[in-house]
Write a protein that binds this ligand. Structure first.
Ligand SMILES: [Ca+2]
Length: 343
């Protein structure tokens, strides 16, 4: 792929503050063609994450991107109960600022699967999926549409940790919430080598410190910019939650956009960026209420057909992409003259 081409991308998410940055990167990066957005339960309930997704699309004036409502519960529900993250993202999943009232409505899960299958066929081996919430929708889709497995290029996932945890002892939030879905994608003979997993090991290097917060919004430069103030209020809320509940004094890790960033590297858009990855045989502990529920273990016989786990990226290049899409979103909103009520 040459850099004049665009990556056809489907983003599955549970917004979510860091999901919002993944949405910005997907919707505004000049080398990405975002063909669909789907919601899943996770950071909050499915009605809340779907509302937040529709609200963000309204706030960004990107109403042409179709939004679909996915699954409300993990694959193994009701035995496996999901868990939300109000201590990090607020009760509605996206705390810190009133959200714009959504204009569009979400389409059904049946439509989601039909349209994703149609897009995979249309782009004939070039479309990738980025999944930045629990993996329920994506695993469920490929279970129901097995012929589509050969058509997806990459499944880029933010989730898990190799010896690092952030949820209930031995878990990472996304993987813990649907370990059955994760195991399906990590172990499926056709899909597993298409999986790119960005775990906490790499996302904990992507800290939204005060310098970056200042570049996103500062009063001197952006006093009359309601979009940047909106973004900043949400990010400050996220930073305060992380400081209080996860002991990140310098700023919160911005996990989710990594799954999109990784694709920019893999498709050759960002040239020879610094990069560390390993192919690892992955297994998630599915024992409900077990001591190691949600923990990822690495098999002894890892080989080239196993998922690629990303361990290191060029942090500056990552933030350059994020700051640039925020600038482009800002220009888009001003140029379109959209009257969006952020206050
Ligand atoms: Ca997420």
């Amino acid at each position: 792929m040459t850099i004049t081409q665009k990556i056809p991308l489907w983003l599955d998410c549970d917004p979510g503050h860091d999901d919002m940055i993944a949405i910005l990167l997907s919707a505004f990066h000049p080398n990405i063609n975002l063909v669909g957005l789907s919601s899943v339960f996770g950071n909050s309930t499915l009605p809340n994450t779907t509302f937040n997704l529709l609200s963000l699309i309204t706030g960004l004036n990107k109403l042409e991107i179709p939004v679909y409502q996915g699954n409300e519960f993990p694959l193994n529900y009701p035995a496996k109960k999901p868990s939300t993250a109000p201590g990090i993202h607020g009760d509605n999943g996206l705390g810190g600022h009133r959200l714009p009232r959504p204009i569009n409505k979400a389409q059904s899960i049946d439509q989601f699967y039909q349209d994703l299958a149609a897009k995979l066929e249309l782009y004939d081996g070039e479309l990738s999926i980025a999944a930045v919430g629990p993996l329920t929708n994506i695993a469920d889709f490929f279970r129901k549409y097995p012929d589509c497995k050969s058509l997806v290029k990459y499944i880029s996932i933010m989730g898990g940790g190799i010896g690092i945890y952030n949820f209930k002892g031995h878990g990472e939030f996304n993987i813990w919430n649907d370990p059955t879905a994760a195991n399906f994608l990590f172990q499926d003979p056709i899909l597993r080598h298409k999986v790119l997993l960005s775990p906490l090991n790499v996302t904990h290097t992507l800290i939204l410190n005060t310098t970056i917060q200042h570049l996103i919004y500062n009063k001197d430069q952006y006093e009359d910019d309601p979009f940047r103030r909106f973004l900043s209020d949400l990010m400050i809320f996220f930073a305060e939650s992380y400081k209080k509940n996860q002991e990140f004094p310098d700023g919160p890790p911005i996990h989710d956009p990594i799954a999109v960033y990784v694709l920019l590297v893999k498709y050759g858009i960002l040239g020879d960026s610094q990069w560390k990855e390993s192919n690892l045989e992955l297994h998630v502990d599915e024992q409900i209420n077990g001591e190691k529920e949600g923990e990822i273990s690495v098999g002894l016989e890892s080989g080239p057909n196993d998922p690629s786990v990303i361990f290191g990226v060029d942090v500056q290049l990552f933030w350059d992409q994020v700051l640039e899409v925020i600038r482009l979103a800002d220009v888009h909103l001003k140029d379109s003259g959209a009257k969006i009520d952020y206050d």
